[in-house]
Design a protein around this ligand. Sequence first.
Ligand code: FES
Length: 260
Amino acid sequence: MTYEPEVRERLERDAKEIIGRYPKPRSALLPLLHLVQSVDGHITEHGIEFCAEQLGITAAQVTGVATFYTQYKHAPVGEYHVGVCINTLCAVMGGDQIWAELSEHAGVGHDEATPDGKVSLERIECNAACDFAPVMMVNWEFFDNMTPAKAKQLVDDLRAGKEVLPSRGPNKLSRWKEASRVLAGFPDGLAHEGVQAGPESLVGLKLANERGWTAPSADVDRERPDEPVKAGEVSDPPPNEPGKPIGGDVKPGSQEGRNQ
Ligand code: FES
Protein backbone atom coordinates (compact mmCIF):
# COMPACT_ATOMS: atom_id res chain seq x y z
CA MET A 1 0.00 0.00 0.00
CA THR A 2 1.12 3.52 -0.63
CA TYR A 3 -0.22 7.07 -0.43
CA GLU A 4 -2.76 8.41 -2.90
CA PRO A 5 -1.04 10.89 -5.27
CA GLU A 6 -2.68 13.99 -3.74
CA VAL A 7 -1.86 12.82 -0.19
CA ARG A 8 1.72 12.12 -1.18
CA GLU A 9 2.02 15.50 -2.86
CA ARG A 10 0.86 17.23 0.34
CA LEU A 11 3.16 15.09 2.48
CA GLU A 12 6.14 15.88 0.28
CA ARG A 13 5.39 19.60 0.49
CA ASP A 14 5.14 19.44 4.30
CA ALA A 15 8.22 17.21 4.57
CA LYS A 16 10.25 19.68 2.52
CA GLU A 17 9.25 22.47 4.88
CA ILE A 18 10.17 20.42 7.95
CA ILE A 19 13.52 19.27 6.53
CA GLY A 20 14.37 22.87 5.62
CA ARG A 21 14.37 23.73 9.32
CA TYR A 22 17.38 21.54 10.07
CA PRO A 23 21.03 21.74 9.00
CA LYS A 24 21.01 18.00 8.16
CA PRO A 25 17.96 16.25 6.66
CA ARG A 26 18.14 13.23 8.98
CA SER A 27 17.65 15.55 11.98
CA ALA A 28 14.07 16.00 10.76
CA LEU A 29 13.13 12.38 11.43
CA LEU A 30 11.16 12.91 14.66
CA PRO A 31 8.79 15.57 13.25
CA LEU A 32 8.51 13.63 10.01
CA LEU A 33 7.29 10.59 11.95
CA HIS A 34 4.66 12.78 13.59
CA LEU A 35 3.73 14.03 10.13
CA VAL A 36 3.05 10.56 8.70
CA GLN A 37 1.25 9.70 11.95
CA SER A 38 -0.98 12.75 11.38
CA VAL A 39 -2.07 11.17 8.10
CA ASP A 40 -2.13 7.45 8.92
CA GLY A 41 -2.97 7.67 12.63
CA HIS A 42 -0.01 5.43 13.45
CA ILE A 43 3.36 4.47 11.99
CA THR A 44 2.78 2.32 8.94
CA GLU A 45 5.17 0.55 6.60
CA HIS A 46 4.56 3.12 3.87
CA GLY A 47 5.01 5.93 6.40
CA ILE A 48 8.41 4.50 7.31
CA GLU A 49 9.37 4.19 3.63
CA PHE A 50 8.25 7.76 2.98
CA CYS A 51 10.43 9.10 5.84
CA ALA A 52 13.42 7.05 4.66
CA GLU A 53 13.07 8.33 1.08
CA GLN A 54 12.73 11.96 2.15
CA LEU A 55 15.75 11.81 4.45
CA GLY A 56 18.05 9.56 2.43
CA ILE A 57 18.33 6.97 5.18
CA THR A 58 17.24 3.34 5.38
CA ALA A 59 13.85 2.03 6.48
CA ALA A 60 15.70 0.12 9.21
CA GLN A 61 17.09 3.37 10.60
CA VAL A 62 13.64 4.95 10.60
CA THR A 63 12.16 1.88 12.26
CA GLY A 64 14.85 1.94 14.95
CA VAL A 65 13.81 5.46 15.95
CA ALA A 66 10.07 4.90 15.55
CA THR A 67 10.13 1.86 17.84
CA PHE A 68 12.22 3.64 20.49
CA TYR A 69 9.83 6.49 21.33
CA THR A 70 6.44 5.66 22.78
CA GLN A 71 4.71 8.63 21.15
CA TYR A 72 4.92 6.74 17.85
CA LYS A 73 2.22 4.11 17.68
CA HIS A 74 2.46 0.89 15.72
CA ALA A 75 -1.22 0.01 15.77
CA PRO A 76 -4.28 2.24 15.34
CA VAL A 77 -5.10 4.37 18.37
CA GLY A 78 -8.38 6.07 19.18
CA GLU A 79 -9.51 9.47 18.00
CA TYR A 80 -8.70 10.40 21.58
CA HIS A 81 -5.62 8.76 23.05
CA VAL A 82 -5.94 8.75 26.82
CA GLY A 83 -2.88 8.44 29.02
CA VAL A 84 -2.92 7.65 32.71
CA CYS A 85 0.26 8.57 34.53
CA ILE A 86 1.43 5.62 36.61
CA ASN A 87 4.83 7.05 37.48
CA THR A 88 5.82 7.24 41.14
CA LEU A 89 4.06 10.37 42.39
CA CYS A 90 0.87 9.91 40.37
CA ALA A 91 0.83 6.21 41.25
CA VAL A 92 0.86 6.83 45.00
CA MET A 93 -1.67 9.65 44.62
CA GLY A 94 -4.11 7.28 42.90
CA GLY A 95 -2.81 6.79 39.35
CA ASP A 96 -2.53 3.01 39.72
CA GLN A 97 -6.12 2.83 40.94
CA ILE A 98 -7.31 5.07 38.12
CA TRP A 99 -5.58 2.86 35.58
CA ALA A 100 -7.04 -0.35 37.03
CA GLU A 101 -10.62 0.99 37.15
CA LEU A 102 -10.47 2.83 33.83
CA SER A 103 -9.01 -0.09 31.95
CA GLU A 104 -11.73 -2.38 33.28
CA HIS A 105 -14.45 0.22 32.60
CA ALA A 106 -13.37 0.79 28.99
CA GLY A 107 -12.59 -2.90 28.42
CA VAL A 108 -9.19 -2.20 26.88
CA GLY A 109 -5.60 -2.50 28.04
CA HIS A 110 -2.36 -0.63 27.44
CA ASP A 111 -2.11 0.78 23.89
CA GLU A 112 -5.45 -0.74 22.94
CA ALA A 113 -8.43 1.06 21.41
CA THR A 114 -12.14 0.67 22.08
CA PRO A 115 -14.05 -1.13 19.28
CA ASP A 116 -15.72 2.15 18.23
CA GLY A 117 -12.23 3.61 17.61
CA LYS A 118 -13.02 6.60 19.79
CA VAL A 119 -10.62 6.04 22.68
CA SER A 120 -7.37 4.22 23.33
CA LEU A 121 -5.58 3.91 26.65
CA GLU A 122 -1.93 4.05 27.60
CA ARG A 123 -0.06 3.81 30.85
CA ILE A 124 2.29 6.77 30.66
CA GLU A 125 5.34 7.83 32.60
CA CYS A 126 5.86 11.20 34.32
CA ASN A 127 4.36 14.12 32.40
CA ALA A 128 6.25 16.71 34.42
CA ALA A 129 2.96 17.73 36.02
CA CYS A 130 3.41 16.02 39.38
CA ASP A 131 2.02 19.09 41.19
CA PHE A 132 -1.37 18.12 39.74
CA ALA A 133 -1.10 14.40 40.49
CA PRO A 134 -2.71 12.14 39.62
CA VAL A 135 -2.60 13.38 36.05
CA MET A 136 -4.11 12.11 32.83
CA MET A 137 -3.62 13.27 29.27
CA VAL A 138 -5.81 13.21 26.22
CA ASN A 139 -3.90 13.72 22.99
CA TRP A 140 -1.16 15.26 25.17
CA GLU A 141 -3.40 17.84 26.86
CA PHE A 142 -3.54 17.81 30.65
CA PHE A 143 -6.33 16.61 32.89
CA ASP A 144 -5.30 17.39 36.45
CA ASN A 145 -6.16 16.06 39.89
CA MET A 146 -8.02 13.06 38.54
CA THR A 147 -9.97 10.36 40.36
CA PRO A 148 -11.25 7.01 39.09
CA ALA A 149 -14.79 8.47 38.82
CA LYS A 150 -13.59 11.53 36.87
CA ALA A 151 -11.48 9.32 34.61
CA LYS A 152 -14.42 7.07 33.72
CA GLN A 153 -16.66 10.07 33.09
CA LEU A 154 -13.99 11.59 30.85
CA VAL A 155 -13.75 8.48 28.71
CA ASP A 156 -17.55 8.09 28.58
CA ASP A 157 -17.90 11.71 27.44
CA LEU A 158 -15.22 11.29 24.77
CA ARG A 159 -16.93 8.17 23.43
CA ALA A 160 -20.31 9.94 23.47
CA GLY A 161 -18.90 12.86 21.47
CA LYS A 162 -19.51 15.38 24.26
CA GLU A 163 -17.33 18.46 24.49
CA VAL A 164 -14.42 17.87 26.82
CA LEU A 165 -11.90 20.54 27.77
CA PRO A 166 -8.46 20.04 29.32
CA SER A 167 -7.64 21.50 32.76
CA ARG A 168 -4.95 23.69 31.21
CA GLY A 169 -4.01 24.70 27.69
CA PRO A 170 -6.32 25.33 24.74
CA ASN A 171 -10.09 25.70 24.96
CA LYS A 172 -10.43 22.84 22.54
CA LEU A 173 -9.38 19.23 22.54
CA SER A 174 -7.72 18.28 19.25
CA ARG A 175 -8.19 14.86 17.72
CA TRP A 176 -5.21 12.50 17.59
CA LYS A 177 -4.28 13.25 13.99
CA GLU A 178 -4.60 17.00 14.53
CA ALA A 179 -2.37 16.79 17.62
CA SER A 180 0.17 14.76 15.63
CA ARG A 181 0.33 17.50 13.00
CA VAL A 182 1.09 20.07 15.69
CA LEU A 183 3.90 17.82 16.96
CA ALA A 184 5.19 17.65 13.39
CA GLY A 185 5.75 21.40 13.64
CA PHE A 186 2.59 22.89 12.15
CA PRO A 187 1.03 24.97 14.96
CA ASP A 188 -2.74 25.12 15.26
CA GLY A 189 -2.54 28.59 16.83
CA LEU A 190 -3.87 27.36 20.17
CA ALA A 191 -0.60 27.23 22.14
CA HIS A 192 -1.34 30.38 24.12
CA GLU A 193 -5.00 29.68 24.75
CA GLY A 194 -6.49 28.89 28.12
CA VAL A 195 -4.83 28.35 31.48
CA GLN A 196 -1.06 28.09 31.11
CA ALA A 197 0.89 27.41 34.33
CA GLY A 198 -1.67 26.49 37.01
CA PRO A 199 -1.62 27.96 40.53
CA GLU A 200 0.03 24.84 41.99
CA SER A 201 3.02 25.28 39.66
CA LEU A 202 3.41 28.92 40.65
CA VAL A 203 3.38 28.53 44.45
CA GLY A 204 7.17 28.34 44.68
CA LEU A 205 7.64 31.36 42.44
CA LYS A 206 5.08 33.36 44.45
CA LEU A 207 6.81 32.55 47.75
CA ALA A 208 10.21 33.40 46.25
CA ASN A 209 8.93 36.75 44.98
CA GLU A 210 7.31 37.58 48.33
CA ARG A 211 10.45 36.73 50.27
CA GLY A 212 12.96 38.07 47.78
CA TRP A 213 14.56 34.67 47.15
CA THR A 214 16.60 33.98 44.05
CA ALA A 215 18.27 30.83 42.86
CA PRO A 216 21.74 30.30 44.35
CA SER A 217 24.65 30.56 42.00
CA ALA A 218 26.98 27.57 41.83
CA ASP A 219 29.96 29.54 43.10
CA VAL A 220 28.25 31.12 46.12
CA ASP A 221 30.29 30.57 49.26
CA ARG A 222 27.92 30.81 52.20
CA GLU A 223 28.46 30.36 55.87
CA ARG A 224 25.01 28.82 56.40
CA PRO A 225 24.19 26.96 53.17
CA ASP A 226 20.92 25.56 54.61
CA GLU A 227 19.33 28.97 55.06
CA PRO A 228 17.31 30.49 52.20
CA VAL A 229 19.37 32.60 49.83
CA LYS A 230 18.45 36.28 50.01
CA ALA A 231 18.25 38.71 47.13
CA GLY A 232 21.64 40.31 46.51
CA GLU A 233 23.50 37.38 48.12
CA VAL A 234 24.22 35.75 44.80
CA SER A 235 26.36 36.97 41.96
CA ASP A 236 26.03 36.19 38.30
CA PRO A 237 28.38 33.40 37.19
CA PRO A 238 31.38 34.60 35.17
CA PRO A 239 30.70 34.64 31.42
CA ASN A 240 31.79 31.55 29.58
CA GLU A 241 34.89 32.10 27.50
CA PRO A 242 34.50 31.10 23.86
CA GLY A 243 36.10 27.73 23.22
CA LYS A 244 36.25 26.84 26.91
CA PRO A 245 33.77 24.60 28.70
CA ILE A 246 31.22 26.22 31.01
CA GLY A 247 32.68 26.22 34.51
CA GLY A 248 36.29 26.70 33.40
CA ASP A 249 38.97 24.16 32.63
CA VAL A 250 37.76 20.67 33.34
CA LYS A 251 40.12 17.74 32.95
CA PRO A 252 39.09 15.13 30.35
CA GLY A 253 36.97 12.45 32.00
CA SER A 254 36.36 14.60 35.09
CA GLN A 255 32.85 14.68 36.55
CA GLU A 256 33.52 18.17 37.88
CA GLY A 257 30.83 20.65 36.96
CA ARG A 258 28.20 18.02 36.12
CA ASN A 259 24.89 17.64 37.86
CA GLN A 260 25.32 14.60 40.05
S1 FES B 1 4.48 11.31 38.21
FE1 FES B 1 2.72 11.79 37.08
S2 FES B 1 3.13 13.74 36.26
FE2 FES B 1 4.93 13.26 37.37
